[in-house]
Design a protein. Sequence first.
Length: 127
Amino acid sequence: MQFDPYVKTKKIKDVMNPTVISLESTATASDAAKIMESCNTEAVIVVEDNELVGIITDRDFTIKIGSHAYPIDTPISRLMSYPLISIDKNEEISNAMKLMTENKIKRLPVISDDKLLGIITMSDLND
């Protein structure tokens, strides 16, 4: 990636997608898959007792349902990636890139005061 001084000054809130789906940790893999398909999204944030606890992505389905043969009625709490790595809306884009690269992830939930505001993906950062 080439150095672009403009990218360093942009904030997460400037490029995040405010549309993000969340589900309770007790929802099933089937519930999550149906919502992901109908909303055309690749990730769902997992919530437990109003706290953000994890994320379930299309890759989690591929590995855990496909490869490990978990049943489709498995609670998403067993399939999710955790702990949840997130970023504050006022952080600079360069920090999101660093966080994603270091943790080998493609999506970051965007938060402010422990509230979910949106999501940012590696492709959002590269646009």
